[in-house]
Design a protein around this ligand. Structure first.
Ligand code: B3K
Ligand code: ZN
Length: 884
């Protein structure tokens, strides 16, 4: 299957201006009548019309009502000798939704019909120019059995509905906004909805609806509230209002990813809609808020302005992730709660995007080539893409960025554009800004893969009262990119004095200090900054708020880090200092092979954060959580996952023991009374109480004192919300307490009918802290549990992703059984759902980093998958790159 290259882009030879679709819906055989208004694109040389199609049965082709000759070539429908003037093309096809296990195109789930078209699923519904730069207005008529499928939905406005013969009914929907085919959607199912009318600032009324299965209506309040908040936020922050009378969200339980921003008809994985206190955790509530926001924000960034081609994917995804991150931050009011969200986002970036950017799948934010576009919905395109947008905002300021967005919409509303167009608009709205000045260099963030390394060295000259900071940058080779040029790197920074004071920042040549925080813009390989007027030697606080997605080597000592942990005004860097202190200790023990001993200075620093009178509980929980095994692995040249696990577990145990009384205190003092609310303050208290409980149970696993496991089991039984119940269960399971088995059984019995909770039950067991191979053995057994299935993506992920991605010590075994498990699942899944199989395949991305015997065994497992003849393009691309 061929490599598609960005530089080969050409405009389409034809435009499709409008589409009229009629669906006669039947699970075994759905008839699709597709009438298109087509015209030649005069800007392109005359040529045949080639419409994309996949797994379709073609029954008829008419041009202006007459049958014509046609051929099907490489799955495309090819038509020659077409009229010079605009014409009507009618194509009739059938497809089999119930056989569509890939969940791309039109498929059935829980007895209803649903669609997923991005990126190239529309061609599995009908023949079309299935590319994002072809935008058409859609009118859609759905016909289906009235009893089985009482709800019939598509994009836009409902213009007609009625009954038909044979127990059927129909509905006709018209979407006034031209859109690319990837934004098409339909739903035909037995659903109920929560609805709410809202009045926008403009005075326009909108109907908001959340559709779910009949038993789930009591789990839709939070999604609706999140949607209402999203509409208000986009108006307030960017002046963007809803452009439709009706906006619908539909939940479906079989779905390949989180959700999809189809125009006016967002289709969601149930995981990102359904929540009530009994079934959903605080993290679930937060996830729903950000995904509802994300899909809603796509209405402007993605739908009104879309991508010219799929290489520009980050144009909509990076920007929309940035917008949903800002939305969640703006919903909370304290600066520290904002910082907590930022820390979580950075943790995700480092956990997923940094390894991606250092491995065989490394690619620029705007990729240069792909085999299967679905493989490029990546952490790089999404999360690094969001960081690129965030850096633009840092360089032009918040108001400047809002001006840039306004210009972007003035210039490009209704168009399919490129990442260059976006960056140009932000820069043009901010002439004289660092972004405008260095735009060409800045855009290397779109073209160069890999995480830049930034070195910082400071020198204090007491006689001259100056502090010299030298910053340099370097990029390592990545696939297809042996050398790198400098990036534009905004470094937000401050200088902290010996008493914890924030020193005024005045560079040599400036008349006066410019506050106590500023942004240095590194755009050359090496730059020096000389700060003046300093009577004391400062500790630098660099890259505040993680102002650029880089690896910083600042050569700070332990004493410097302890100082920042105690005094930095920037909460992100305060957290970072705590993580660095832990990293230094853990990496030291991992590298030398010596036993870990956490020193008194570190323990005391952790104690004073935990006991701090004013810091937020949520922030404390983040500081007291050690860097993950995956993050530790990324810091090492050669990775022994068992050694990492051993050392990290030793550190956890020492924190459990040394801070025993502090954990007891933390648990007792962070109980949330009253009804459940997912607000950040109560969520933070629950998070800290649950962390305390985990440490208390861990401590008890060596003392054999039954008190805390007993209290934890009681709390598990009495819990009135899922966060506390799952927290207690997790504390028991992860400390291998005797009561864990009883609790697991009870949990399953309580929630046997709640699919999303049963997913948690599988995931908790598969991601549990490994001990003597028991967790792996359990995970393998769970494959044959009656509730397990590879056909439902959430369920498949609950076991496989939890084991292969989230549990390195259970997965990487000296007997290679984890890799055998992985290869078997990838091959099984590939026959059902290649997109999902390719995701799972990426668990082996970093195999070259592994020490022996893991490395050879991993290579063998990947080679076994690659050797399979009937592999999908999706999986083949991943394993080929891994072996390259
Ligand atoms: N745009 C969709 C992702 C589609 C993935 C296709 N494999 C969801 C989102 O990013 O909002
Ligand atoms: Zn998106």
């Amino acid at each position: 299957s061929p490599l598609i290259r960005r530089e080969d882009y050409t405009a389409p030879a034809y435009w499709i201006r409008s589409v009229d679709l009629t669906f006669d819906l039947d699970p075994a055989k759905t008839l699709v009548v597709n009438r298109m208004q087509v015209e030649r694109n005069p800007a392109v040389a005359a040529q045949a019309l080639r419409l994309d199609g996949e797994e379709l049965n073609l029954t008829r082709v008419l041009v202006n009502g007459d049958s014509v000759s046609f051929r099907v070539e490489n799955q495309q429908l090819v038509l020659d000798n077409l009229p010079e003037t605009p014409f009507t093309l009618e194509v009739r096809t059938t497809c089999a939704p119930e056989k569509n296990t890939q969940l791309s195109g039109l498929y059935t789930s829980g007895g209803g019909f649903f669609t997923q078209c991005e990126a190239e699923g529309f061609r599995r519904i009908t023949y079309f120019l299935d590319r994002p730069d072809v935008m058409a207005t859609f009118s859609v008529t759905l016909k289906a059995d009235a009893t089985k499928y009482p709800v019939l939905l598509s994009n836009g406005n409902l213009v007609e509905q009625g009954t038909l013969d044979g127990g059927k009914h129909y509905a006709k929907w018209v979407d006034p906004h031209p859109k690319p085919s990837y934004l098409f959607a339909l739903v035909a199912a037995n659903l109920v909805c929560r609805e709410q009318k809202i009045r926008a600032r403009s005075g326009r009324e909108h109907l908001l609806q959340v559709y779910v299965r009949a038993g789930d209506l009591d789990k839709t309040e939070h999604a609706m509230n999140s949607l209402i908040a999203s509409v208000a936020w986009d108006e307030a922050r960017f002046g963007l209002s809803l452009d439709l009378d009706r906006f619908m969200i539909v939940a479906v339980s079989d779905f390949n990813m989180g959700a999809m921003e189809n125009k006016g008809l967002n289709i969601f994985n149930t995981k990102y809609v359904l929540a009530n206190p009994a079934t959903a955790t605080d993290a679930d509530y937060a996830g729903i808020e950000s995904v509802v926001g994300h899909e809603y924000f796509h209405n402007w960034t993605g739908n009104r302005i879309t991508c010219r081609d799929w290489f520009q994917l980050s144009l909509k995804e990076g920007l929309t992730v940035f917008r949903d991150q800002e939305f969640s931050q703006d919903l909370v009011h304290s600066p520290s709660a904002r910082a907590v969200k930022r820390i979580e986002d950075v943790r995700t970036l480092r956990q997923h995007q940094f390894p991606e950017d250092a491995g065989p799948m490394a690619h620029p934010v705007r990729p240069d080539s792909y085999v299967e576009i679905n493989n490029f919905y990546t952490a790089t395109v999404y999360d690094k893409g969001a960081e690129v947008v965030r850096m633009m905002q840092t360089l032009v300021g918040r108001d400047g960025f809002a001006r840039g967005m306004t210009l972007y919409f003035q210039r490009h509303d209704g168009q399919a554009v490129t990442c260059d167009d976006f960056a140009q608009a932000i820069a043009d709205a901010n002439p004289g800004s660092a972004l405008a000045t260095h735009l060409a260099i800045f855009k290397r963030w779109y073209s160069q893969a890999g995480t830049p390394r930034v070195q910082a060295r400071g020198h204090y000259n007491a006689d001259a009262r100056t502090y010299t900071l030298e910053l340099s940058q370097q990029g390592l080779p990545s696939p297809g990119q042996p050398t790198k040029e400098p990036w534009v790197i905004p470094v937000a920074m401050g200088l902290i004095g010996p008493r914890g004071e924030h020193l005024p920042l005045q560079l040599v040549g400036e008349d006066a200090p410019v506050g106590t925080e500023r942004v240095l813009v590194l755009h050359e390989e090496r730059q020096r900054y000389e700060f003046t007027g300093l009577d004391v030697e400062p500790v630098p606080s660099l890259l505040r708020g993680f102002s650029a997605p880089v690896l910083l080597e600042d050569h700070l000592s332990d004493a410097d880090l302890l100082h920042l942990l105690a005094h930095d005004a920037d909460p992100f860097n305060r957290w970072e200092a705590g993580q660095r202190l832990a990293l230094n200790r853990l990496l030291g023990a991992i590298r030398t092979g010596q036993a870990l001993h956490l020193d008194a200075a570190y323990i005391e620093a952790m104690r004073s954060v935990l006991r701090h009178p004013t810091l937020d509980a949520a922030f404390k929980e983040l500081v007291l959580t050690l860097p993950s095994e995956g993050y530790l692995a990324e810091q090492l040249e050669e990775v022994d996952p068992q050694r990492i696990h051993q050392v990290r577990e030793a550190a956890r145990l020492q924190l459990a023991q040394a801070l025993h009384h502090d954990w007891e205190w933390a648990f007792e003092t962070h109980q949330v009374r009253g009804g459940y609310s997912p607000d950040p303050v109560s969520a933070g208290q629950r998070a800290l109480a649950n962390l305390a409980l985990a440490y208390l149970c861990l401590g008890a696993s060596v003392t054999h004192d039954p008190v805390w496991p007993g209290r934890t089991y009681q709390r598990f039984k009495d819990a009135t919300n899922m966060t506390d119940r799952l927290g207690a269960l997790s504390a028991l399971v992860n400390s291998h307490a005797e009561l864990a088995e009883a609790a697991l059984q009870r949990f399953h019995a309580l929630f046997r009918d709640e699919a999303l909770v049963i997913d948690k039950w599988f995931a908790l067991q598969a991601a549990a802290s490994e001990k003597d191979g028991r967790v792996f053995a359990r995970a393998r057994q769970l494959l044959s549990h009656p509730d397990f299935s590879l056909r439902n993506p959430n369920r498949a992920r609950s076991l496989i992703t939890a084991l292969c991605f989230m549990n390195p010590a259970a997965f990487h075994r000296t007997d290679a059984a984890g890799y055998v498990f992985w290869a078997d699942r990838v091959l099984e899944l590939d026959a059902i759902n290649p997109q999902l199989a390719a995701r799972v395949a990426r668990a082996m991305d970093r195999w070259k980093q592994l020490a022996e015997p893991y490395r050879s065994a991993a290579r063998e497992a990947i080679a076994r998958v690659a050797a399979r003849a009937e592999l999908s393009n999706d999986v083949r691309e991943i394993v080929t790159r891994a072996l390259a």
